[in-house]
Each structure stands twice: as C-alpha cells, then as structure tokens.
Write a protein that binds this ligand. Sequence first.
Ligand SMILES: [Zn+2]
Length: 237
Amino acid sequence: MDESPPPGPVPGQSGRGERRSLLGTYPVPAPHLVGVPLPPTPGSPSRWQPSPPPLQYGIDYTFLRQHGSRPLRWRSDLPITVRIAGPHRPEQAAAVASVVAELAGLTGLSLGSGEPWPALARPEIPAQEVHVSFLPVLPAAALFRPCTGRTGLGGAMTSPGASHYTSGLAIVATGAARPPGEVVILRHELAHALGLGHAARPNLLMYHRISPVTVEFGRGDRHGLFLLNESIPPGAA
Ligand SMILES: [Zn+2]
C-alpha cells in the first residue's frame, strides 16, 4: 500500500498562487526572467578573442642585412626618392606611385616618387634613390638573389663605411608577371629595396615565392616594414 498522504494543499498555503499568513492571504509571486535572454551557447569560444601570437624574426619577417644586432636601414631623416628607370607604360608609373605611398605609410620613412629616370642607370643609382624598372626578363647577372622565382628582384645597397642604405633597386619581370600581377611583384621587390628580407610563412607577401592569392602585405610584412624606420622608439617593436 502507498502510505504517502494524498496530494493536497500544503499547510500554510491555501492554494495555487496564494499564501496564507496571520494578516490574511497574499499572492505568491511567480518566478520570471528579467532582462535579455542568454545566448544559446553562453561562453562559447566565439565570444573569446585570443590575442594574436607574437611575431617572430625569421618566421614572420626578416631583414636583408643586420648591422650588429639591428637591421641595416635607410636614414629616417633624409628623403628617399623612387623613380622609374627605362621604358614603361603610364599605368606602371601609376602603380609605382601607389605602392610608394603605401610603403611610406607602412614604414614612416619620407619615401616619395620622383620624375622618371631617362635610362637604365644601374649600377650608378644616385644616393637616396631607389630605381624601379619593368623588364621583359630579369638580367642574367642578378645583383640580388633573394628571390628564387623569376618574377623580379630587389635590394638595397650601402656605400663603404656607411651605416645606412644609400640606394636601392627593384625590377619587375613583366614577362613573368602572372596573376596576381605586376603590382604585387612591385610591392615585394620595393620592400626588399627598403631592407626587408623574406618571411617563412607562405601566406605573407614577403614569402620567397609570390603566391597568386597573396596580394597585400600581411601582419608580419607590416611589422618588418615598421621596424625599418630607425626613428621608432626602442621597445615599440
Ligand atoms: Zn623576394
């Protein structure tokens, strides 16, 4: 037999929604939620943004040359003029001006584009200048060998005894320019001309082989370009 009492009013409570006291009966408040409903998955990982991992020299960026423990750089107190040398089309001149402005913003260097140089002037590039050429094929005797592809080359030079780069060079091989095209090669080679080396991550623009899908400077590329300005305060890196 079931000995439990039959269901009925709880002592002290007259019925559903009412409670009895010495002063009479009063309603029992029904529980209800206040405010906005909780998201379906509270604490889901998508709500937590981890801080990006620190950038590492040798993986995310490198420099072409080191001067002691510091990268060899251009002087930050002198203007650097970038000129097209040799035959080119108007849209190539526009591309150079655009990439130069982009790199000036990323490095903080006083980088500007100048009037075209009438002819290929290598190797006597004037001081504080970078010359850009668009050639069907790269010259056989490459001055710089950082790039394993045949899409372009770029680098910076220093004078004997000088502690900074004094001139630079960037060549875009127009015959090798497949998608994403000449502008991307120009970004890569002009970054070399400012002193940036190759990165180890294939999704960066400074990877040694330019990918058809990587068209913009990535986080590591931008960090390396930022460090090429010697006027940044120590510790800002
Ligand atoms: Zn390269």
